[in-house]
Write a protein that binds this ligand. Structure first.
Ligand code: UDP
Length: 319
């Protein structure tokens, strides 16, 4: 009998590769697809001898078909502010055409579909913490709009396939997530602070550091995705850690766990940088019985060895 087959787009990325691991662990056959724009094959290196795993280098923004699948997890998208600013048009294309092509694959094979959406749908939120029912406060033409609006369009298209084609869809709104396999140079706050602390350089806090984020450790986040796909909820569900930290607290925590003597240096705040961000996860708790277990300090400790090793790799030199 053929095995249940799951496709992960963006499978060579940070979250995508951890999702591949988790699906294989659950007994699925897994096909990862990625155009390697921001993903890295090294994230999948450890799976290359697993007969249930395959990797295809392709761009889901062009039509594609890798044969029958039972699940489609659409995670392909540049995800850090630095990456999506650099690749703005690709980001809009993968959120629109890429989403349409992945939905068409799910429709062709009658597969269940899950799209990775984002807390950026809430923009710089006026409601706090953010519930799924909040429509958001998004600048549609600012520098972050290539990401925010692509993801919002992806959600709308997913709901349209659900309503017009009866597709069995899920939408997860992902909040800041961190852990091993994050790219050292993607510009996000935790890789930046870890890299700076381990090199003894100043930690660059943008603005006065009073803006907040809520950081979820990757294993908690992935568990939320698995529970959501097993549920029958079609409307968006927040999966993130509701414990909020200022960016300054985050910098201090990185200094404490690395034992670094680095100083904190203020730099200008990027435009449209959300002031605060914190998920209301009461829906995920009630619906999925899910809540994160790992606090920031524990998660940073678990990530430390990865960041140490990543700094030794040749790609880290000079950045
Ligand atoms: N940030 C910072 N220093 C850095 C990188 C980021 O102070 O070296 C801040 C950034 O301005 C934002 C927060 O940390 O307020 C989270 O930024 P990140 O790029 O990780 O993701 P975002 O949540 O903005 O998408």
């Amino acid at each position: 009998m053929s095995k249940t087959r799951a496709m992960v787009t963006g499978g060579a990325g940070f979250l995508g590769s951890h999702l591949c691991d988790a699906l294989l662990h659950e007994g699925y056959a897994v096909i990862a697809v990625d155009n390697l724009l921001t993903g890295r094959e090294s994230n999948l290196q450890h799976l290359r001898n697993d007969p249930r795993f395959e990797f295809r280098k392709l761009d889901v923004s062009d039509p594609f078909d890798c044969g029958k699948v039972d699940y489609v997890f659409h995670f392909a998208c540049p995800a850090s502010p630095v990456d999506y600013t650099l690749h703005g048009l690709e980001t809009m294309r993968v959120g629109s055409e890429g989403t349409r092509h992945t939905l068409e694959v799910a429709r062709k094979y009658g597969a269940k579909y899950l799209i990775a959406s984002t807390s950026e749908c809430y923009g710089d939120p006026l409601e706090h913490p953010q519930k799924e029912t909040y429509w958001g406060h998004v600048n549609p033409i600012g520098p972050r709009s290539v990401y925010d609006e692509a993801k919002r369009f992806g959600e709308a298209l997913t709901m349209a396939y659900h309503r017009y084609h009866n597709l069995d869809t899920r939408i997860v709104r992902i909040f800041n997530t961190y852990g091993p396999r994050m790219q050292l140079n993607d510009g996000r706050v935790i890789p930046n602070f870890m890299k700076q602390a381990l090199r003894g350089e100043d930690l660059t806090v943008y603005g006065d550091g009073s803006q907040t984020r809520s950081f979820c450790y990757v294993s908690d986040e992935i568990e939320g995705f698995l529970r959501l796909i097993r549920s029958s909820e079609h409307l968006p569900v927040n999966i993130g850690n509701p414990i909020e930290h200022t960016i300054l607290e985050c910098a201090q925590c990185v200094l404490a766990i690395t034992g670094s003597k680095s100083k904190i240096r203020s730099q200008p705040l990027p435009p449209d940088d959300p002031r605060q961000r914190c998920p209301d996860i009461s829906k995920a708790k009630a619906l999925l019985g899910w809540e994160p277990k790992i606090d920031l300090e524990t998660g940073l400790r678990s990530s430390l060895e990865y960041f140490r090793q990543a700094l030794l790799e040749p790609a880290a030199t000079g950045n």
